[in-house]
Design a protein around this ligand. Sequence first.
Ligand code: NA7
Length: 549
Amino acid sequence: MSLSHGQKSNHVAELDAVVIGAGFSGLYTLHRLREMGYKTRVIEAGNGVGGTWYWNRYPGARCDIESIYYNYTFSDEILNEWTWSSRYAPQPEILQYANFVADKLDLRRDIQFNTKVVSAHYNEDHNRWDIETDDGVKLSAKHLIAAVGCLSVSNVPNFKGIENFEGEWYHTGRWPHEEVSFKGKRVGVIGTGSSGIQAIPVIAEEAEHLTVFQRTPQYSIPARNEALDPEYVKQIRANYSEIRKKMRESAHGVPFGPRERSALDDPPEVRQKLFEEAWEKGGLFSLSYNYNDLGLNEEANKTAADFVRSKIREIVKDPETADKLMPTYYIGTKRQIIDTNYYETYNRDNVSLIDIKKAPIEEITAKGIRTADKEYELDAIVFATGFDAMTGPLFKIDLRGRGGVSLKEKWAGGANLRTYLGISTAGFPNFFMITGPESPSVLSNMMVSIEQHVEWITDCIDYLHKNNQASIEANPDAEATWSKHVRDVAEVTLAVKTDSWYMGANIEGKPRGFMAYLGGVGTYRQKCTEVQEKGYEGFTLLSTSNTAK
Ligand code: NA7
């Protein structure tokens, strides 16, 4: 079976669907569409599968969702054949898992590696997408699916003089595939987000000296990573259908949620006890799930923030360094970080911390980094400076819908972000985004969100085919309502009060606005299912007979 139609050309491959990206979302989309019988090709920039886990191979890189929940769940066979080594699997193991799945499902034969999609223009005459890649190949597809990831465009800030640096430099999100050794070297790390905080303790152990250039101090909680007990894995496996259900109905894609209680309802000694237990237990949600209002109420938030600040003071021996490490924003409003020995690393003799808010970086010199205070001589610089998140990867492609209007123009560079369910946008028929802006995506266990999106999108494609529909397109009023809902939900939280990459605040000139949906994956799934069950309410479907030329 094939949906392909339109004029055949020697130079244009005719496909039912083109998927951009062979990360976890692209792989599952390919599998599902192929199973349904649709001719699909995946275009992938890297020379292997894995997406985020292919590119982010910096020292210490690992997942911050517990591995036992960081799986595809659509196949019991895949679920049972793969066993994670530890509570938080390291990057090489997650990449191995992506490769295992690609092999198991024989996906590689429909993936074109080392290729970037340069442009994708909607051809209104044929109701198809005309796609061009950087190797000059032209494709025509009925459906275009962006599986480009949310954090795939690295942000290397425009520091003056970077081209003059005589040492080596790396970005955590574009780490070389060859081994990088910092042995005997003076290394500088710029950035203390999740990537920096994972890399810093590992680099410190190897480098002769490590200088950390910190702009915003962060709250980090111990990961308490450990090997997984086979008995525990067995138990989880036995209960996976229940676990899967809970994950799907939850707020963040894990099978548990916050206690229905305000932090202000407990006396200080009870809170302290719970926070201490959470610190010992470790992990992304241990602290925050004690109460349901830490992200909503300033006073409640302060109780948890004060607790973490007290822990930093307890761990870091030098009071001046501890002062520099004190975070002041609302805890949880930047991505919560979990670590292994992060604060402890500042007790090492070979590590120093520079506050670049106080003395900003003025220039990268031939010898290192010069701040307003002094020059630091370095052999290597690691930019752990994050990503142009969510909209960045979409804007990298010359993506044009009806009337030749680009997505970047339509969204005014992000100032006027408009999607329907974070899956589609008006003026771009048959174009789907997986875990795109205005969906829960980065605020959730990505695997849960990816599966839900892929299943919704591929079911929709199948529905169109079976019902002789040429295209589906979001209605402007439905998307206006959805986008407003996304903003309204964010507005009542403390998240909009912090400069974070969720807000686009990490990129110079990027418009501010909370880019993800804070309503929770369970509520979101329900809404998407409802739209589907009501015959794709809020979308306009164009029947094939109406498009005959
Ligand atoms: P993040 O979380 O965006 O962290 C980037 C870090 O780099 C952060 O500390 C930034 O400081 C810092 N930064 C960014 N630009 C600059 C400039 N121009 N000068 C100095 N410092 C800068 O990226 P990660 O890769 O760590 O993590 C991304 C996500 O991956 C993470 O949230 C998880 O979801 C997984 P700032 O805080 O902006 O002041």
